[in-house]
Structure formats: structure tokens, C-alpha cells
Design a protein around this ligand. Sequence first.
Ligand SMILES: CC(C)(COP(=O)(O)OP(=O)(O)OC[C@H]1O[C@@H](n2cnc3c(N)ncnc32)[C@H](O)[C@@H]1OP(=O)(O)O)[C@@H](O)C(=O)NCCC(=O)NCCS
Length: 214
Amino acid sequence: MQRHMALSLVQEPPAPSFSPSLAIPFLPTENELTATPLRTRNAQLQDARSIYHLIDSFTCDGTLLRRSYLEICANIHTFTIVETSSRQFIGCAALHVYGPHLAEIRSIVVHPDTKRHGAGSLLVHTLLDQAEASGIKCVCLFTRIPAFFEHFHFRIADHQTFRDKVLKDCVHCARRNACDEIAMAIGELPSPRDRPWSSFFHPRHHADLVQLQL
Ligand SMILES: CC(C)(COP(=O)(O)OP(=O)(O)OC[C@H]1O[C@@H](n2cnc3c(N)ncnc32)[C@H](O)[C@@H]1OP(=O)(O)O)[C@@H](O)C(=O)NCCC(=O)NCCS
């Protein structure tokens, strides 16, 4: 029964829209935002629609990278959401893990009408805690608002330090030759040795090669 429900949620296409109001049809009151503490929790598939609409409303101007509804569903385990004590969704963020050397904060966003109440900070702290609990050495992100992330001691770094990120997103990006995003990181920066995948593509020993039976 549970399995059937999850499948039907994934297959249901979202209504196209660019309005954050679709993510949160009923906004929390000022009292809810200030009087009771906000909290974070792991996202579930039932949150995918709200996550999709909120991220989508920030993609037109390039503030956030577009994430399709299906991609959000497939990666729902990477998302954390922030909500009020009455379970009103107000924002989300994702931690994408490249390996023990690096993870990336992606898709961090808070509904515009609920900003400056600490939701963004709560998301950053929760993702940093997740990274630390998993033994990840460095957390990076690419942003146009470095001042926000400086609050959490992220420091500016060279884009090329994060080759995993560059290979995953930047090489496909229309603005790759005129990027205005600032790379930031916290923790021990990855070194060229921290690329476990490179040995898969460049076998060092003849014995690593597969003998084709032609
Ligand atoms: C960036 C964002 C997540 C911040 O969320 P928020 O809930 O407003 O943040 P908080 O209330 O936790 O703010 C924490 C601190 O950062 C500051 N801050 C918030 N937004 C900021 C910004 N854009 N630039 C600089 N500082 C900012 C706050 O003033 C606060 O400082 P204080 O502790 O000295 O008062 C939110 O504005 C947002 O969703 N923006 C649009 C999406 C986006 O740009 N995402 C980042 C992509 S990399």
C-alpha cells in the first residue's frame, strides 16, 4: 500500500507555475514564525510538490538551478525541510554527497514572506551537522550571496577546487564562461588525491583492464 502511494506521487506531474504561493498555499502567521521555534526534518515524498514549486519560483532569474519534479522525488533523501511547529512547510535545502572529501549545499531556499526568521540559518546548521555526522571533510556551495554564508564561516575558494561539482553542473551550464557565482567552502578543501572516481576511468595497471571476448 505504502509502495503504491509513493509510486503514484512520483508519476503525478506538477502544475507548471512560477509562484512561491503554490509551495505554501497558507502562509504561517507572524506569531507562528516568532512565538514557536522552527524545526527541520528529513523530507518525504509528500513534500516533493512544495519543494518543487518553491525552487521553481527562484529559477527564472538563475537564483537557483532548476530541479525537475522527478529529480526531486528521486533525490528526496538528500532534502531537509524547515517548517513551523504546526508543520507548515516554509523552506528546504539539499546536501549532495560526492564522497568523504566533499558534499555540496544545494537548492537552499526559504519562502520570501517568511525570510529573516532564522529558517535559512536552521537549514545551513542542519546540513552541516549531517555532513559532520557522515564524516565529510568539506562542504561547498556556489552562490551569489556570499554574505549570507559568511555567517556560518564559509570562506571563498577557487571554483576549480571543487572538480566534482564543476564536472556535474558547470560543464552543462549556459553561463559556464561567464559565471557570476562565488564558490565557498567550510572544512578541509579537497586535494587532487580526493577523487576516488578518477581511478575508475584511468586504470593504473594492465590487470585492471577488462579483457574483451571478441
Ligand atoms: C538566503 C535565504 C535562504 C536566507 O534565509 P533566511 O531565513 O532569510 O535567513 P536567516 O533569517 O536565517 O538569516 C540569517 C542571517 O543572515 C542574514 N541574511 C539573510 N539573507 C541574507 C542575504 N541575502 N545576504 C546577506 N545576509 C543575509 C540575516 O540578516 C541574518 O543575519 P543576523 O543573524 O545578523 O540577523 C533566503 O533569503 C532565500 O531563500 N533566498 C532566495 C534563494 C537563495 O538566494 N538561495 C541561496 C542560493 S545559493
